[in-house]
Design a protein around this ligand. Sequence first.
Ligand SMILES: Cc1ncc(COP(=O)(O)O)c(C=O)c1O
Length: 367
Amino acid sequence: MHRRTQARIDLDAVRANFRLAARLAPRSQNIAVIKGNAYGHGMLAVADALDDLAPAYAVAILEEAVELREHGVSKPLLVLEGVHSGPALAEAIAQDLTLMLHSHDQLHLLLEAKRGTLPALWLKVDTGMHRLGLVPDALEPALDALRAADGLRVPPVVCTHLASADAPENRETQAQLEVFDAVTRNLGLPLSIANSAAILAWPESYADWNRPGYMLFGDSPLTEAVATASELRPAMHFEAELVAVREVAAGETVGYGGRWRAERPSTIGTVAAGYADGYPRHAPDGTPTRVGGEIAPLAGIVSMDMITVDLTDVPHAKPGDLVTLWGEGLPIATVAEHVGSTGYELLTRVSQRVPREYAATREIGLD
Ligand SMILES: Cc1ncc(COP(=O)(O)O)c(C=O)c1O
């Protein structure tokens, strides 16, 4: 590898973050959500790293689950979107996957399939997010229909998804919890509610299964700081090489369209990462990067393969230095705030072109 743009992935941090989720909710099991290539960290490597900790994994789509099976993962795999066609159902059954059932169409698909061959199921109830899920009144009839068709091999998990758990003050979460409790209280079935935000901020949402995703990668999705999140350790350190340094006179502009204009004689560094690497194209001037422990703000529009940063206040920076785009010393939440995005989006958009370099904490000098 010649270009030094890379995402260093600290798998010890992922393990520590999983353990934190487990410690916060000791009576719940945690199904590790590793969809979207484990939020950009590499699904197979993360699955391997959590192998002795996580009893099950959740992914978004069938293809992700099949990739895990082909990698040799034999533990339960939940497909959060479920399946939407007969051939997809057949593949899910062949791969022994657990499917989310969130709609009537999916119920009919299952009921039409041959008896006795149905996959393990989670049933999702729409308690207010209005994205996926059976309306609360449809849950019991769906369970009855599945039982009548001999379709429940193992007791299904009944779950819901919270729309606003990231905002601890938002009353909608309480309302969703109440709807869910009312519809599930007498079912005697295992239940699941909490995503990362709820694990960190809503203990009343803990159930048989919690579903941590984002927090495993070391950032809190919450809109305000909470003590429970203080132990999270970032797992991705996205960095690139400083490949050129130049002086520009006051009044000169930098980059496409001349968006950034020097207000003083300035030093401009060119960094080898751009939007083709997943650095956000819409990052405004001033978005922080970190060079040798100092902040170097973005100066000029993001190019496909490069960004330009203002090194005027980082006089020791020189070509060959590594620049942190987020990670150690530069929380992804800070970058996301500047960009008007979320850490979820930034992490999952780090492109395939960026090699993921896996290391334990000690090896990369972060402990
Ligand atoms: C149904 C479901 N559960 C859990 C998660 C994990 O959420 P988070 O990454 O916020 O922990 C997701 C992710 O969007 C999801 O769709």
